[in-house]
Design a binder for this molecule. Structure first.
Ligand code: SF4
Length: 186
């Protein structure tokens, strides 16, 4: 089961928004709601677990204007889901201003994704200006903090969903040279 907990994004009406993002059109189409409530998602997860044998949940969020970047709402949702179902939970978010805010997910979330999208800063400036504004070292710090909390191999730095393959192909999201540069950096 996967869901977007907040269907709006602080970058949407700005030039910083990512070129591949479609978060708000699905809201405008009426296919979803702006902010999902913990108790409603807990009810849905429980039903999915009982009827469809769902084993894990992925929670994502549009980026909020608050310093936590959406982490606090993810935490509320994750706590409700964990209590109701005990399912494994993966949460995705932008690095918060203070990376210690990631600790708030430690009791309810099992794995996290903090996606840098590409290690090539020029490509990033073009496809995701909002991310290019965040220093790469801030991502590194957020990944390290997350590994300390969630453990080895429980922290993702990129997203591999198939619908983005043309995007990867066109812009060379993880080219050998940019990946090598990032590995040296790390
Ligand atoms: S932060 Fe997420 S929701 Fe906001 S523009 Fe970027 S991809 Fe879209």
């Amino acid at each position: 089961m996967a869901t977007t907990t907040i269907q709006t994004c602080v970058y949407w009406n700005t030039a910083k928004r990512r070129k591949f993002c479609a978060i708000e059109p699905s809201l405008k189409s009426g296919a979803t709601i702006a902010k999902k409530k913990p108790e409603l998602l807990a009810e849905v997860a429980l039903a999915a677990q009982k009827r469809d044998h769902v084993k894990h949940v992925t929670l994502t969020t549009g980026t909020t204007s608050t310093p936590d970047k959406g982490i606090d709402h993810l935490m509320e949702i994750a706590c409700a889901l964990k209590e109701a179902t005990g399912l494994l939970i993966h949460a995705q978010f932008e690095p918060p201003e203070d990376i210690r805010m990631i600790d708030r997910l430690s009791d309810s979330v099992d794995t996290v994704g903090i996606y840098v999208e590409t290690f090539d800063r020029e490509v990033l400036k073009y496809v995701a200006p909002c991310k290019a504004e965040i220093p790469f070292q801030h991502y590194v710090d957020a990944w390290k903090r997350s590994v300390d909390i969630f453990g080895d191999s429980q922290v993702s730095s990129w997203k591999g969903s198939h619908h983005r393959v043309p995007f990867h192909f066109k812009y060379g999201r993880f080219t050998p040279s940019s990946t090598l540069t990032a590995m040296k950096w790390l």
